[in-house]
Design a protein around this ligand. Structure first.
Ligand code: ADP
Ligand code: MG
Length: 354
């Protein structure tokens, strides 16, 4: 852990506000058999790297970029023109949402109900108290947190599906940061498929990767799993069409008096979630579910994550414990290969049955 901590400052510099890294051997780097059309988009506080294998490549990329830009403008918590800003400042009044924002919000609230209290979109006022919204970090007092925690309650968000409106109790605010990149990936995938694109790799920053179709050269897509608080990769996943989402404390954090405070909070305490995990990577069919899940598993920790997985088995995971152990769910045991120095790390395959 000492060596790991020594690398933190450098890594923080590399990661602040940007994603898009992946293992040299993974498909998030150039150099595949057939040349894809590529585009980099800066949105949602990260660099997105889109690759499309199709004779419709440029038009498909235009569609994807427009989709991302529109969604980013609608969901920003700080942009005074955004739909979420309007919702957060409506003092309890219902606010009309666009179709995509309404669909995302209702999908995300259903996921927060399933994974709660690990995932609470209404945790935003607490995130602000820590300075994660402005990067002016500070450790809030217990009294500050105690005053904010009653507003953290996703069940108090009211939706009207017929009117396409949402309403928050006065004082409550939401942030879709935990799910926005996943939903953006799904919307882009739908836009590309509507153009008949057979194969694409969407890197919505390094924490959300969505593959479409099969890789043109017939080999599996290779998606890297970031090594937490280190430069480099803990492993590589070989996959068909899938969504891969990772949540980790290393993505955004600050240090005060020797203690590390990161941007994923435990909504029950208002403190950064210290569940014994350094990162949670989830493989799912759709990226919205995966994005919500990776945040939720990071908060839940190993035991509760495994219990959730065994309930439905509708996702697979790679969890990295704070002692450096890799926990790989049974469905990924052949797809996941540790990488570099992580080949020597302890690896436990978690079986479907206890
Ligand atoms: P990233 O966006 O860094 O790839 P996540 O998908 O895990 O990672 O989302 C983290 C973001 O979600 C935080 O920056 C914050 O805006 C928000 N957030 C933090 N903790 C929670 C939580 N427990 N529930 C819902 N949203 C959260
Ligand atoms: Mg997430």
């Amino acid at each position: 852990m000492k060596r790991v901590l020594a690398l933190i400052t450098l890594w923080a510099l590399l990661l602040t506000g940007c994603g898009g890294a992946a293992a040299p051997s993974s498909d998030t780097q150039p150099g595949s058999a057939d040349e894809p059309a590529t585009r980099t988009v800066f949105a949602m506080d990260t660099f997105m790297d889109l690759r499309v294998w199709s004779d419709q490549g440029e038009k498909a990329l235009d569609d994807a970029e427009a989709t991302i830009t529109t969604l980013d403008a609608a969901l920003s918590v700080t942009n005074e023109e955004s739909e979420i800003y309007a919702l957060n400042h409506a003092s309890g009044a219902p606010v009309l949402l666009s179709d995509d924002t309404f669909t995302l919000l209702s999908g995300a609230l259903a996921l927060s109900e399933r994974f709660g209290p690990a995932l609470e979109l209404t945790v935003y006022p607490v995130l602000r108290a820590w300075g994660f919204t402005t990067s002016e970090y500070h450790v809030p007092t217990d009294a500050e947190l105690a005053a904010l925690l009653p507003q953290v309650d996703d069940s108090a968000v009211t939706l009207d599906a017929a009117a396409k409106t949402a309403r928050l109790p006065p004082g409550a605010e939401i942030d879709l940061g935990a799910v926005a990149k996943g939903y953006a990936a799904d919307l882009c995938a739908a836009a590309l498929k509507a153009r008949g694109v057979p194969a694409a790799l969407l890197g919505m920053g390094s924490s959300t990767i969505r593959t479409i179709g099969a890789k043109p050269d017939g080999t599996p897509w290779r998606v890297a799993v970031q090594a937490p608080f280190e430069e480099g990769y803990a492993g590589v996943l070989s996959l068909g069409e899938a969504a891969v989402n990772t949540s980790g404390g290393y993505e955004r954090f600050f240090e005060e008096n020797g203690e590390i405070y990161w941007h994923i909070l435990d909504p029950e305490t208002g403190h950064p979630a210290k569940s014994g995990l350094l990162s949670a990577t989830v493989v799912t069919e759709d990226a919205l579910t995966g994005d919500a899940l990776s945040t939720a598993l990071f908060v839940k920790g190993l035991e509760d994550s495994v219990a959730l997985w065994r309930e439905k088995r509708d996702f697979e995971f790679v969890l990295i414990g704070d002692d450096g152990t890799l926990y790989v769910s049974e469905g990924l045991k052949d797809a996941f290969a540790p990488y570099g120095s992580w080949e020597d790390a302890p690896l436990e395959v978690i079986a479907y049955e206890d």
